[in-house]
Design a binder for this molecule. Structure first.
Ligand code: AGP
Length: 603
């Protein structure tokens, strides 16, 4: 989603701002801009579309100044046009905003005599600050006033025309980080990744903080006030620095390939939660898992595991619905929030809602410095490293591995698992990296399959039990990056409606290892073949044997024999590879698909 960058130094900043913005591209955006302050004047360039267009403008005419801000905008209020792109400029200020100002209409009404240049919710902030400065308010008072008036969520980077060599940041509801660069340069960004090449240490601003970056000094003011607070400087993790897709064409492809290594590393860290609290699983009567998108599907797999293995009743809720659905949360309810970014606005709001109800909140995140990581009562990290591709891959399989670890912990505490069963499952769990490696060997044949089905306009994905969420995840992957309509169904649902879609051109992806339910899925396959549909079946050697003579309309892909419990992890791999190759063959923007953002920080 939107990205903010600010740099205050002693040398020209415009090309470094551009570099930092490029590192935020992966978050998703549809317009971009930059502004600098030099000798009491603002210089500004904005473009609709991609950073390459901004770069062309900047190279043709670089912006002067040793202090500046940049922005990549993901449109919410107002189309992705030049006039709606940030930074937004007023008489006294120029600023970039992430988040949503909920009282923007009231602000427009308040300044109805002033012309507004954009359709954004953010422009009211410019008018407010201009008005404060017109009244001669000092910087600190203007910022305090701003915090009192603004409603909604915001991270801001601001330059004041009459505050030379000063960069201001403020946060409430959207993340903002200060970076300490070499040669006394100071940085501001919504994501550490933006400046991890320039800085070794950072400070994560807290809710309600605003910061003055002046000279080589960062002064942090807490609670939207004028007091001063010292917040810790922490080193930037190594994983934040590795941001190259080499030797692959896309980050997504690289991230798919990284999964065995991520799982291997994760297996060594799982017994060590990031926050040392423990979960008293035996005291819970039920668990509510809350998440969005791919993380939601991880939660759906975990529901199946928790209920089967730990005998714990689980419901899975879509985060954007949860707090508006008046959920009944009886005594003994625990809540588990799953998020790659830890900044998804819907998931964070759901966590805050649950905390208000006095519910114990467990978090699973990939970004340890995220808001969700800070606010959960107990936390596990998925240790996948930075995931750049908007389509989540390695973070998803890592979420599943962490969720499995929690299921086992719950099963042990609830005495739902014998030591023999636990040993067998542990052994199978340890072999996952090798099995994922084996699944990755399907790459070349899936590339061929993608070439064959790359022109389809629609696809169905079917799975049963814990593979039903993987069918939905496979469909989501295809939709996200190839823009082909796809739906995931429980295989048994086929005959209740979707079968009407079956025709020669429709590929139906079926996930079915040779387990107790295989014969039932086989019947569904027969139903499709009888109607001249095309089946793409992912199964194991025994399943392959059972169908080998069925029909030339059945495209068979054999995965390794895997413990039924861990099939969701292994069967995810061909879903990712197939979607990737279809998208790559169609020439879409795989890592930054249209309209999508890596982390959705607005409701
Ligand atoms: C995954 O491919 C998607 N880009 C999206 O559904 C994502 O999983 C969702 O927005 C949740 O994000 P989070 O895990 O960072 O909370």
């Amino acid at each position: 989603m939107c990205g903010i960058v600010g740099i205050n130094g002693t040398t020209e900043v415009c090309f470094d701002i551009l570099g930092a913005l490029k590192r935020l591209e992966y978050r998703g955006y549809d317009s971009a801009g930059m502004a600098t302050l030099s000798k009491g004047a603002f210089f500004r360039k904005r473009v609709p579309g991609k950073l390459i267009q901004l770069e062309e403008k900047i190279r043709a005419c670089p912006l002067p100044g040793t202090v500046g801000i940049g922005h990549t905008r993901w449109a919410t209020h107002g189309a992705p046009t030049e006039k709606n792109a940030h930074p937004l400029e007023g008489k006294h200020v120029v600023l970039a905003h992430n988040g949503i100002i909920e009282n923007h209409e009231a602000l427009r009404a308040q300044f109805s005599m002033d012309p507004f240049d954009s359709e954004t919710d953010s422009e009211g902030i410019v008018h407010l600050l201009d008005a404060y400065r017109e009244r001669g308010m000092p910087l600190s008072e203007a910022m305090s006033q701003l915090f009192q008036v603004l409603q909604g969520s915001y991270a801001l980077a601001i330059l004041f025309r009459d505050e030379p060599d000063t960069l201001i940041g403020a946060r409430s509801g959207s993340p903002l980080v200060v970076g300490y660069g070499r040669e006394g340069r100071l940085f501001l960004a919504s994501d550490v990744v933006a400046f991890s090449d320039f800085c070794d240490e950072v400070t994560y601003l807290e809710e309600g903080d605003w910061v003055e970056l002046k000279g080589a000094q960062a002064t942090i003011h807490p609670d939207g006030g004028s007091g001063v607070v010292v917040r810790p400087r922490v080193p930037i993790g190594e994983t934040m620095k590795v941001l190259t897709k080499e030797p692959y064409r896309h980050f997504m492809r690289k991230e798919i390939q990284e999964q065995p290594a991520v799982l291997r590393h994760l297996l060594t860290t799982l017994s060590d939660p990031l926050k040392k609290n423990t979960v008293a699983w035996a005291s819970l009567s039920n668990l509510c898992i809350v998440a969005c998108g791919t993380s939601f599907y991880a939660g759906c797999v975990a529901k199946y595991w928790f209920e089967k293995v730990a005998r714990l009743s689980v419901r899975v809720e879509i985060a954007s619905e949860f707090r508006y659905n008046h959920p009944a949360l009886p005594l003994g309810t625990g809540a588990l929030f799953v998020s790659q970014s830890g900044e998804t606005a819907d998931t964070l709001a759901a966590l805050r809602f649950a905390k208000q109800q006095g519910i114990f909140c467990i978090g699973i995140v990939n970004v340890p410095e995220s808001s969700l990581a800070r606010e959960a009562d107990v936390l596990w990290q998925t240790h996948s490293g930075v995931e750049v591709g908007v389509a989540s891959t390695k973070a998803f399989t890592a979420q599943l591995a962490v969720l499995w670890h929690l299921v086992e912990e719950a099963a042990e505490q609830r005495k739902a698992l014998s030591s023999e069963e636990k040993k067998t499952l542990d052994r199978a769990f340890q072999t996952l990296p090798e099995q994922v490696e084996e699944a990755l060997l399907l790459d070349a044949s899936l590339q061929k399959l993608a070439a064959r089905f790359g022109h389809t306009t629609s696809a169905l994905y079917l799975g049963r039990g814990a593979l039903h969420p993987i069918a939905m995840e496979g469909a989501l992957k295809l939709k996200e990056i190839s823009y082909i309509h796809a739906e995931g169904y429980a295989a048994g649902e086929l005959k209740h409606g979707p079968i009407a879609l079956v025709e020669d051109a429709l590929p139906i992806v079926v996930l079915s290892p040779y387990d107790a339910l295989f014969p039932k899925t086989l019947s569904n396959i027969q139903e499709v073949l009888a109607r001249r549909g095309q089946v793409i079946l992912f199964t194991d050697p025994e399943g392959a044997e059972a169908v080998h003579s069925l029909s030339h309309r059945l495209h068979l892909y054999t995965l390794p024999q895997v413990s039924p419990i861990f099939a969701p992890i292994v069967y995810t791999i061909p879903m990712q590879l197939f979607a990737y190759h279809v998208a790559a063959s169609r020439g879409t923007d795989v890592d930054q698909p249209r309209n999508l953002a890596k982390s959705v920080t607005v409701e």
